[in-house]
Write a new protein. Structure first.
Length: 422
């Protein structure tokens, strides 16, 4: 009798206690919590390392599977306040019939529907007036983004005899198949949508670059204006240089033979270091008035214009973009060459650093800036490319810090105190 009881105890394998350390992610999910509406958090049982074939474990797994099937079979539908749109295969976009929601402040634009007019009441002379039908148009990335987040009820084009917005509902898989593609006709690639989706989730306002070119600042008309020099302040600057004996030339204009530093009287170290500057450098200020290349013929063109979140933002007048992003698939493209990077940087506006910025900030922002978004099988990486003027920042031309004291503290750097005992 005692032996039989011992065998029964050995068959009933006990799992580890709740006090032992274990990883909850390795447990089998218990889907029975989906049936209990009042239960907020899923109840996780004791982890079993291997199935032991008991009726209790089998019934628990069956109940969990049944709860999962019931949850997946639940009918999902859009509420009455959801916006409805119809897919337009010719334009590779969608028309929204009743745009509602916060997303309308930053997505879509009102344009006339091709070939659709509405009749207005007759005028005083009895003539019937016509007006173009205006609706909100969504680009493929905007429509796919709204469908994915559940803010838009997308429909296929209606058949003959049906209402215009009563076509078959479009699933998320169907939306990906419909809106992604047609790259030769200015469509949307999967890599571009991955970047667009990421930026929208981060809270940015994203627009296509080729449709937003009118918001890019115009280049300066002359190099003098680009460098911030006007006739009035240039005269003052010249008088000050004559008075102090300083020079603002960008390099050494001396003879090729002889000493680097000419003998003479120097009132500052800047003139000496200026003569030691022998290597020519790139000056971004000389390209301030350069015109951007034709983006239609360029192999590399900016894809997205990105704006930061601002309560005063208006999609009708967004202003200059905060970031310029180009999307490059890692498997189909090579590393851009110097000429391609120069043409790419010219597509962004000229914005010189502020005088109050530090040295590191000036070199980081540069005079032009473009962000390269590289997509490698869904993995997204960003590379910031700037047209920095390293040669323009003179390391020797630095103003002393206000309030600074030479010699450090009272105990170091000031030599031996008078009267100190030795």
């Amino acid at each position: 009798m005692i032996a039989e009881m011992a065998e029964e105890d050995e068959d009933n394998l006990r799992g580890p206690s709740l006090t032992e350390d274990h990883d909850p992610e390795e447990e089998i999910q218990d889907f029975r919590f989906l049936l209990a509406q009042s239960q907020k958090l899923p109840s996780r049982g004791v982890k079993d390392f291997e199935p032991h074939g008991t009726n209790l474990q089998q019934s628990t797994l069956e109940a969990s599977r049944e709860a999962m099937h019931i949850a997946l079979s639940h009918k999902r539908f859009h509420g009455p306040d959801k916006s409805r749109a119809v897919y337009d295969p010719d334009g590779n976009g969608a028309w929204v019939f009743n745009p509602m929601g916060v997303w309308t402040k930053s997505v879509g634009r009102m344009i006339p529907v091709p070939g659709r007019v509405t009749n207005l009441p007759p005028d005083a002379e009895g003539k019937i007036r016509e007006q173009k039908l205006m609706r909100m148009w969504l680009l493929p990335e905007e429509a796919l983004w709204l469908v994915e987040r559940g803010s838009l009820d997308m429909r296929y084009p209606a058949e003959a005899g049906q209402e215009e917005d009563e076509g078959l509902p479009m699933s998320l898989q169907g939306a990906y198949a419909a809106f992604i593609g047609k790259e030769s006709e200015g469509g949307l690639t999967l890599e571009q949508f991955i970047v667009y989706q990421y930026l929208k989730r981060c809270g940015y306002n994203v627009y296509r670059a080729r449709y937003n070119l009118h918001n890019i600042p115009r280049p300066a008309s002359s190099a003098m204006t680009a460098q911030g020099m006007t006739p009035s302040n240039s005269t003052t600057c010249g008088f000050w240089q004559w008075l102090t004996g300083t020079s603002t030339s960008s390099g050494n204009n001396g003879a090729k033979l002889g000493p680097l530093v000419k003998p003479g009287l120097y009132r500052s170290y800047n003139d000496i270091f200026q003569q030691l500057s022998l290597i020519p450098f790139h000056d971004p200020k000389l390209q301030a008035a350069a015109q951007p290349p034709d983006t239609e013929r360029s192999d590399l063109a900016i894809t997205w214009h990105v704006y930061k979140t601002d309560p005063k933002f208006k999609k009708s007048a967004p202003g200059p973009p905060d970031f310029y992003i180009i999307v490059l698939p890692a498997r189909d493209t090579f590393v851009p060459t110097d000429a391609e990077l120069d043409a790419l940087l010219l597509q962004s506006p000229y914005h010189p650093p502020q005088p109050q910025d530090g040295l590191n900030m000036k070199l980081k922002r540069g005079y032009r800036n473009v962000i390269i978004a590289i997509v490698d099988s869904g993995v997204l990486s960003f590379i910031d490319v700037s047209d920095a003027g390293f040669g323009c920042e003179k390391l020797w031309d630095r103003e002393p810090t206000k309030g600074g004291k030479s010699g450090g503290s009272g105990k170091r750097g000031r030599g031996r105190h008078r009267g100190a005992k030795t």
